[in-house]
Design a protein around this ligand. Structure first.
Ligand SMILES: Nc1ncnc2c1ncn2[C@@H]1O[C@H](COP(=O)(O)OP(=O)(O)OP(=O)(O)O)[C@@H](O)[C@H]1O
Length: 258
């Protein structure tokens, strides 16, 4: 999969009297890591829900490589290259780490359907073999190969977060939405996560948008940062530009922050 361009154009979402998003626009391009930051309740998760198709906006459009996908389902988006992780951990405790990555590739089908599955037909085994090879390569790239056979339910939070990222890229994405990927990680784990994300954007051309409360992590990793506040884009620019913006300092960073 090559990188895709993801655009939000004039997105509006209301929850009763609350304007969660009010005319939000942003663009993420192939090879770019864009950070999305803002105070609690700014609308970051709601925007992710709209981009990934979980929530239909009241107004505005979502575009993938220029095509309007606003009315496309989350499954359609996932099958056309858009992958997402969630703020709350979403692993299957009774599946091994490697199986998470194999299952993530199963939607492509192949190998002859249920009958072939039940009989373990050679074509089916060949498909599974290729998917296991891909899973092993991704786990190596994410530094998780030693954990391949472990049950996900037994992992500490930092490793579990990394497995979620590995699962999201098991089938190569064009666009990747990461919701607080570093939460619960140690300093070393965050460094490693940064390197993996950089590789995905720089070497594989993926367009990456990430929400993260660890502002130092975002500022160090992201070429461009978008700041949301009260459902609107408050500022957008390089890390240095955003850090120096007085309105961002007032609304979010505070005088001594980042
Ligand atoms: N399902 C919902 N029903 C009603 N209000 C909601 C719902 N989801 C979000 N909101 C409201 O919409 C606004 C934006 O919430 P959202 O979760 O998108 O913010 P956020 O920036 O992701 O916050 P956080 O950093 O705390 O995760 C908030 O005022 C929130 O209370």
């Amino acid at each position: 999969m090559t990188g895709q361009v993801l655009e939000a154009d004039g997105i509006g979402v209301r929850f009763g009297g609350i304007r969660a998003l009010d005319g939000v626009g942003l663009t993420v391009r192939p090879g770019e890591v864009c950070g999305l930051i803002g105070p609690n309740g700014a609308g970051k998760t709601t925007l992710f829900d709209v981009l990934s198709g979980i929530r239909r906006p009241d107004r505005g459009r979502v575009l993938l490589d220029g095509a309007d996908i606003t009315r496309r389902s989350p499954v359609w988006r996932a099958r056309h290259g858009m992958r997402r992780t969630f703020q709350r951990q979403q692993l299957f405790g009774q599946l091994t780490v490697a199986d998470h990555l194999v299952v993530a590739q199963e939607w492509r089908g192949g190998g002859g359907g249920l009958g072939a599955d039940l009989l373990a037909a050679p074509t089916r085994r060949a498909y599974e073999g290729r998917r296991r090879e891909r899973a092993a390569a991704v786990l190596r790239a994410c530094g998780l190969d030693a954990l391949a056979g472990q049950y996900a339910g037994a992992l500490p939070v930092g490793q579990a977060r990394m497995v979620e990222l590995a699962r999201a890229v098991a089938d190569p994405p064009g666009v990747l939405l990461l919701d607080e990927p570093a939460s619960g990680m140690t300093g070393d784990e965050k460094q490693h996560l940064s390197a993996v994300i950089r590789h995905l954007a720089g070497e594989e051309g993926c367009a990456i948008l990430l929400v993260e409360h660890d502002v130092a992590f975002v500022m160090e990793l992201c070429a461009r940062v978008v700041v949301l506040d009260l459902g609107r884009v408050l500022a957008e620019g390089t890390a240095a530009e955003v850090r120096a913006d007085p309105s961002v300092r007032d609304a979010y960073l505070g005088s001594g922050a980042a």
